[in-house]
Design a protein around this ligand. Structure first.
Ligand code: PGA
Length: 239
């Protein structure tokens, strides 16, 4: 199966930089991976134009749980769909932390995306404090239970919070163990759990991507910092 390589640009890049980075990647294709770029909302239209006719897909970093109405500052799944968005990240730990998003809200956002034909990338993961207390599986189990929609296609991204933007990656053993746990948990919820894409995220770079992508039950990666440089991100996609 092809790996899914997702670049989360977060709140970075000017419009020109976003277009340049998308241009640098749009012209390349690898049979090994599907590539998704997630720019800030305001650059979605510019990047969508750049990616037109390329094999690279467009993703967004968040979506409203509501379809329309009085929700100042929010962006609906229908609006994203009009911009050719194929994927949307929901429940990223930065949104759970800074915007106090709860599991039920994450689930509602995922359901809104699915209603409009967009695949949600649902993020889960424990904090350093929770891991120190040996509670990582309990936390991830609760997040899966409460933030996954009952039906529809979705991607799960395991991102240990302490590994995001810190340069610390989980050990291969930790990744393998948690991804197996996620797969087993999914098997109790859905018929074809083996077909659900499970991503790993947290300080993924070209140097550690081959080993991470070779780990059992890792179907791709969600990349933050290292997705901002074309060569580094491309090297990850080729691993
Ligand atoms: P990072 O971010 O690769 O910079 O650690 C990953 C993410 O937040 O999705």
């Amino acid at each position: 199966m092809k790996k899914l390589i997702v670049g989360n640009w977060k709140m970075n890049l000017s419009r020109a930089q976003a277009r340049d980075l998308a241009t640098a990647l749009a012209t390349r294709e690898t049979p090994k991976a599907d590539i998704v770029l997630c720019p800030a909302h305001v650059w979605l239209a510019a990047v969508a134009r750049t990616l037109q006719d390329s094999g690279v897909r467009l993703g967004a970093q968040d979506v409203s749980a509501h379809d329309s109405g009085a929700f100042t500052g929010e962006i609906s799944a229908a609006m994203l769909q009009e911009l050719n968005v194929s994927y949307v990240i929901v429940g990223h730990s930065e949104r759970r932390h800074h915007h106090l998003e709860t599991d039920p809200q994450v689930r509602a956002k995922a359901e809104a995306a699915i209603r409009h034909g967009i695949i949600p990338i649902i993020c889960v993961g424990e904090t350093a404090f929770e891991r120190e207390g040996g509670r990582q599986q309990e936390i991830v189990a609760r997040q899966l239970d409460e933030s996954l929609p009952k039906t529809g296609t979705y991607v799960v991204a395991y991102e240990p919070v302490w590994a995001i933007g810190t340069g610390k990656t989980a050990t291969i053993q930790d990744i393998e163990k948690m991804h197996r746990f996620i797969r087993e948990t999914l098997a109790r919820r859905v018929d074809r759990a083996e077909q659900v894409t499970i991503l790993y995220g947290g300080s993924v770079k070209a140097a550690n991507a081959p080993e991470i992508l070779a780990t059992a039950n890792v179907d791709g990666v969600l990349v933050g910092g290292a997705s901002l440089q074309a060569e580094e991100f491309w090297a990850i996609a080729q691993s």
